[in-house]
Write a protein that binds this ligand. Structure first.
Ligand code: 5CA
Length: 174
């Protein structure tokens, strides 16, 4: 039992409800998913990669930004950081910034650390990091910070209604 956290029952119930909401949304889309839960937690991309035993680049981070105030979702490889200027350009906005946890939840209906790439209460413009296409399978959050599901980049593009884009930060020259 070394390393096991004690999670209050109220949080356990809230997490299960969030996963159920995501499962329902996936079914409605015609893409039922199989959720895997890890007691050690999958809250961040490195946590998830460690738990699953895959490359960190195969983890899909579902990151919410505000582009001129409009929520935009960047499905980003766990190996990359989002270039906010690139994202703003993609969104046709003059600027983009990371949403705070409250803004992210308002846009997606889920808490950061468990935000799924689709299944939100309303449409959110979504971009898919091109680097994820290099993998046969990728893993994304399934509504809670201990829950993930496996998908393929092509399937993810469809379920999330995402536009494939170059959105990662690249090292600056000079
Ligand atoms: N479940 C994992 C892997 S699928 C996951 O959801 N990863 S994530 O990258 O999409 O979400 C975790 C991220 O939430 C962290 O990397 C962190 O950057 C972000 N986050 C944590 N706290 C905040 C905060 N205060 N404001 C905005 N983002 C936050």
């Amino acid at each position: 039992m070394v390393g096991r956290r004690i999670v209050p029952a109220v949080i356990v119930v809230a997490m299960s409800r969030a996963i159920d909401r995501f499962l329902d949304a996936a079914r409605v889309l015609g893409h039922p998913v199989e959720v895997r839960r890890f007691p050690e937690g999958t809250k961040t991309a490195p946590d998830a990669a460690r738990a699953i035993g895959c490359e960190v680049g195969q983890i899909v981070k579902s990151l919410v930004f505000l582009a001129d105030g409009e929520p935009v979702l960047a499905l980003t490889s766990g190996a990359n950081r989002v270039d906010e200027r690139r994202l703003a350009t993609l969104a046709g906005a003059s600027g983009a910034r990371r949403a705070n946890p409250e803004e992210a939840r308002a846009a997606t209906g889920f808490a950061v650390g468990g935000t799924p790439p689709f299944g939100h209460p309303g449409p959110v413009r979504t971009f898919l990091d091109r680097d994820l296409l290099a993998f046969e399978e990728v893993w994304a959050a399934a509504g809670a910070p201990d829950a993930v599901f496996r998908t393929t980049p092509t399937e993810l593009r469809g379920t999330a209604g995402a536009l494939v884009a170059d959105l990662k930060e690249t090292p600056s020259r000079g």
